[in-house]
Design a protein around this ligand. Structure first.
Ligand SMILES: NC(=O)C1=CN([C@@H]2O[C@H](COP(=O)(O)OP(=O)(O)OC[C@H]3O[C@@H](n4cnc5c(N)ncnc54)[C@H](OP(=O)(O)O)[C@@H]3O)[C@@H](O)[C@H]2O)C=CC1
Ligand SMILES: CC(=O)N[C@@H](CCC(=O)OP(=O)(O)O)C(=O)O
Length: 315
């Protein structure tokens, strides 16, 4: 049985460390590591990248581009966690649940780009409804996300953990230039004609993301209510083990009247909830920004690319 060599470029960052946790549970792989003081050394990285069968890039965009340019062989498969290649047609978007054919594309690809965390939650909730021509492609889409601070990597983590600044106690809006870096992939893979108006909010907790998307059925192409939407999404994802569409029964999801957005933490699950009635619908997708939003998704892609079991990494 073949043993695959795996290298994580950016092994000491937030997503890199989490990927190492996942890798420690998988057999048939050998994880090759870089000495800490050499983690930004060009020649050392280049040698390891070309030695590996699979390389995870857990780096800022510019460093990811540098790493890809270092590949000088035909065998190394790259799984990039950054924003650098997400709408590049030469790369495969690493969202296996997008279409029936996406898993096969990932399996046959040498260059896979892991979706952004907020983009994952938005696209999985909206894309099937656009594809079914329920939501018009020119729908004026607006939504918000509430995320933990680990989504901002080491810099934001230390800002939250090393400071007593009072302004960090309350949730904070950001990307108020309305130009968040996930907009291009959100537009491309949701099928909408224009980018949504997206407002992310970061809270004073480590991990967990909830995307809340209000929808007005009055301006849909077809007459549907909230319950119909739940049935459609449940049917679309019926064979996908990591995307779970909750039954249509809003009260059952609440804890003392509140929604718990941390319930998918430390898993690769993404749960979609449909609330509402015939006039108003609220879609909520809940997931771990370090799970299905980043490192978990990266591992799911590796499992598909190497022909391992998608969930356990077993051969
Ligand atoms: N955190 C999250 O939830 C998500 C992150 N991502 C994306 O994944 C990528 C990594 O993010 P994240 O792990 O959060 O970031 P971190 O800042 O936590 O980690 C990045 C790591 O890359 C290292 N690094 C920086 N420049 C270089 C370089 N030139 N060569 C080698 N190593 C370098 C850093 O080194 P040093 O240790 O010196 O700082 C650090 O260890 C980013 O593109 C991010 O946008 C994607 C989805 C979600
Ligand atoms: C709290 C916070 O800052 N979160 C990050 C999202 C993390 C993510 O998905 O990252 P990449 O697109 O960089 O891969 C943000 O909104 O930019």
């Amino acid at each position: 049985m073949m043993t695959y060599k795996i290298f994580v470029d950016g092994q000491e960052g937030t997503t890199g460390l989490k990927i190492h946790d996942y890798l420690s549970e998988i057999s048939n792989i050998e994880v090759i590591t870089i000495e800490s003081e050499k983690r930004k050394d060009y020649e050392t990285r280049r040698a390891l990248i070309n030695e590996a069968d699979v390389v995870f890039l857990c780096l800022p965009d510019a460093a990811s581009r540098d790493s890809v340019a270092m590949v000088n062989n035909n065998k190394t498969k790259i799984i990039d966690a950054s924003t650098a290649f997400r709408t590049n047609p030469d790369w495969t978007y690493g969202l296996p649940e997008l279409h029936r054919s996406q898993r096969t594309k990932i399996q046959n690809s040498f260059r896979v780009t892991v979706p952004g965390c907020h983009a994952t939650g938005f696209i999985l909730a909206i894309h099937p409804l656009v594809a079914e021509e329920i939501i018009p492609r020119d729908y004026p889409m607006s939504f918000f996300a509430l995320t933990g601070y680990s989504g901002g990597g080491k810099k934001l983590i230390s800002e939250y953990q090393d400071s007593n600044s009072e302004q960090l106690f309350a949730p904070r809006h950001y990307a108020l230039n309305l130009n968040h870096k996930h907009l291009p992939e959100m537009q491309l893979y949701s099928g909408l004609n224009t980018a949504p108006l997206f407002t992310p909010i970061v809270g004073n907790y480590y991990q967990g993301d909830a995307i809340s998307i209000p929808l007005i059925p009055r301006i849909f192409n077809k007459k549907v209510n909230a319950s119909n939407i739940q049935e459609m999404l449940a049917s679309y994802y019926r064979d996908d083990r990591f995307v779970r569409v909750a039954p249509f029964d809003s009260e059952a999801y609440l804890e003392d009247g509140f929604f718990n957005l941390m319930k998918c933490n430390n898993t690769n699950y993404l749960d979609i909830f449909v609330f509402g009635h015939k006039d108003q619908i609220l879609l909520v997708s809940r997931f771990d920004n370090l799970g299905k939003g980043a490192s978990g998704a990266a591992i799911q892609n590796m499992n598909i690319m190497l022909g391992f079991d998608e969930e356990t990494g077993l051969v």
